[in-house]
Unconditional design. Structure first.
Length: 212
C-alpha cells in the first residue's frame, strides 16, 4: 500500500510595514504637517514628529491640539496628504528587490500599515510596489489580526510596534534599521531578526526558507 502524498507546503505570505520600511515618508509627512499647521495656526515640531514615524496620526497630534480638534485635524491631514506627500516620497533602497524575492519563492505580499488605507494605496500605485493586498489604519498588536487572516508567516517592519504586531500574530518578526528605532530597542522588543535595510532581505529570505 502506497504512502499518502505529503501535504503541500503552505503558501509563503510576507507582510511589510509601509512608512520607513518600504518608503521614506519623512519628506511628504513633513510637508503635510507644515501645510496643516499653517491652516490651523499651529507650529508643529516637524523634525521631532517625523523622527520616529509609526504611531497613528491621532497619537502624533494629541500633544499639540485640543482633544476636540484632533478628529477634524486628522481628516484634514489626510486630504492635504494627497497633494503634499505622494510625489515627494521615495521608495527605500532594496524595497523592490525585497518584494521580488517573495515573488521568486511563489509568495504573496501584504502591506499592513497604520496609514490611512487610500493614501497607502496611492503610495503603492505611484511607486509601482508589487503588492497583493493593502490593509491600513492598523497599528501595533492590531496588525496581528490581519497577519493571521492573510496567513502570513513573516512580518517586516522598522518600529517596536511592528515587532509587537508580529509577535502577537505568532509570525517571524524581521526588523530593518531604516526607521527611528535602534537595533537595541528592536531586540529588546523581541524581534527575531534585525537587518540594516531591505537590501539584506532577499539573502535572509533564501536562508530562512533553506534555499540558495
Amino acid at each position: 500500500m502506497s504512502s499518502p502524498a505529503p501535504a503541500p507546503a503552505p503558501e509563503l505570505v510576507v507582510g511589510f510595514d509601509l512608512d520607513m520600511t518600504l518608503i521614506n515618508t519623512v519628506p511628504g509627512f513633513a510637508a503635510t504637517l507644515e501645510a496643516l499647521g499653517a491652516e490651523l495656526g499651529v507650529g508643529f515640531p516637524v523634525a521631532e514628529l517625523t523622527r520616529r514615524l509609526g504611531p497613528p496620526l491621532d497619537v502624533i497630534l494629541r500633544p499639540h491640539l485640543a482633544e476636540e480638534a484632533i478628529g477634524p485635524a486628522v481628516d484634514r491631514f489626510r486630504e492635504l496628504y494627497v497633494d503634499h506627500s505622494i510625489t515627494p516620497v521615495p521608495v527605500l533602497p532594496g524595497a523592490h528587490e525585497a518584494l521580488a524575492a517573495v515573488r521568486r519563492h511563489g509568495g504573496r505580499v501584504l502591506v499592513v500599515t497604520g496609514k490611512f488605507a487610500p493614501n497607502a494605496q496611492r503610495h503603492v500605485d505611484h511607486l509601482a510596489l508589487d503588492v497583493d493586498h493593502v490593509e491600513g489604519t492598523v497599528w501595533g498588536v492590531g496588525k496581528a489580526d490581519v497577519l493571521r487572516q492573510e496567513g502570513a508567516s513573516v512580518y517586516v517592519g522598522d518600529h517596536v510596534h511592528d515587532v509587537e504586531g508580529a509577535l502577537a500574530a505568532g509570525v517571524v518578526s524581521v526588523s530593518v534599521l531604516t526607521g527611528g528605532c535602534t537595533r537595541e530597542e528592536l531586540v529588546a522588543a523581541g524581534t527575531h531578526v534585525v537587518l540594516d535595510s531591505l537590501a539584506d532581505f532577499p539573502g535572509w529570505l533564501d536562508e530562512h526558507l533553506g534555499v540558495g
